[in-house]
Design a protein around this ligand. Structure first.
Ligand SMILES: CC(C)(COP(=O)(O)OP(=O)(O)OC[C@H]1O[C@@H](n2cnc3c(N)ncnc32)[C@H](O)[C@@H]1OP(=O)(O)O)[C@@H](O)C(=O)NCCC(=O)NCCS
Length: 229
């Protein structure tokens, strides 16, 4: 059957115009430079390869977070999610973390997920900060709605930022959202948002050249801190 573009157009959610996130480099506590950059829709299949094996680890709620990230990125790729963006973290090209999010309205951001593979370096914390930076500073939104699916997430976002509880159901399962307002973002920015721009050319070129996906055994070691499973 020929592809029905007229029907397809009805199935696709309307989009908001979105400015790109300018890449930055963060020097981690171990001295390694980590490039944070936005991916395009075309990069999604590669990133899904990295997310797929993570869905099997119950530890620290990696399974539910990875399963939801997988579905959301696939939905973006197949034009079934509105105004989504995804930032990835790479060390020497290797994918070590990601965040995704979307514009709920032009002024309100709906924070989706944060996931890190390389642990103990606050990669996830830096990526969440980059996501908030994009919502507030580049997409020029007034506030972001956030929930945590794991105790580590709760410590990292609700406690470290002092997010404001609300009774607004979040689209990730309906739990009440916490709010990061523009004012709270700027009050916490000096403490939590780091990174330098522009990214030196050779670092950015390496990141753009290929998204290197960690093999499954290394994923197990990095997530669980043990050899194998
Ligand atoms: C939440 C998350 C993004 C935070 O990432 P992060 O800031 O880089 O933090 P880490 O995961 O490295 O470390 C968090 C805690 O895990 C523990 N930890 C650190 N290194 C670890 C390792 N190698 N193995 C296991 N646990 C480790 C520590 O207790 C650490 O807490 P502390 O740094 O406050 O003392 C990350 O833990 C993650 O991807 N979790 C699974 C998905 C998830 O929960 N996402 C957030 C949903 S709201």
């Amino acid at each position: 059957m020929p592809f029905d573009m007229e029907l397809e157009a009805r199935l696709r959610p309307p989009e908001f115009p979105m400015v790109p996130y300018p890449p930055k480099v963060i020097t981690l506590a171990n001295g390694k430079p980590m490039v944070v950059r936005e991916i395009t829709r075309e990069d999604v299949p590669r990133v899904l390869e990295a997310v797929r094996p993570i869905m099997t680890y119950e530890r620290d709620y990696y399974d539910i977070v990875a399963a939801r990230v997988y579905a959301e990125l696939l939905a973006w790729y197949r034009y079934r999610e509105q105004a989504e963006f995804c930032l990835i973290a790479q060390i020497e090209g290797m994918l070590v973390g990601l965040v995704n999010s979307r514009m709920y309205t032009p002024k309100i951001g709906m924070s989706l997920h944060t996931l890190t593979i390389d642990r103990g370096l606050r990669v996830g914390s830096h990526m969440f900060a980059a996501k908030m930076e994009h919502h507030i500073e580049y997409l020029k939104q007034d506030e972001v709605w956030i929930v945590a699916e794991s105790p580590i997430g709760f410590r990292r976002w609700m406690i470290e930022y002092g997010l404001e509880p609300t009774d607004i159901p979040h689209e990730l399962g309906g739990a009440p959202s916490y709010r990061l307002s523009k004012e709270l973002y700027y009050a916490t920015k000096d403490r939590l948002v780091v990174g330098d721009r522009p990214v030196p050319k050779e670092l950015l070129d390496k990141a753009l050249e290929e998204i290197i996906v960690v093999d499954e055994k290394t994923v197990a070691q990095k997530i669980c801190g043990v050899k194998g499973r």
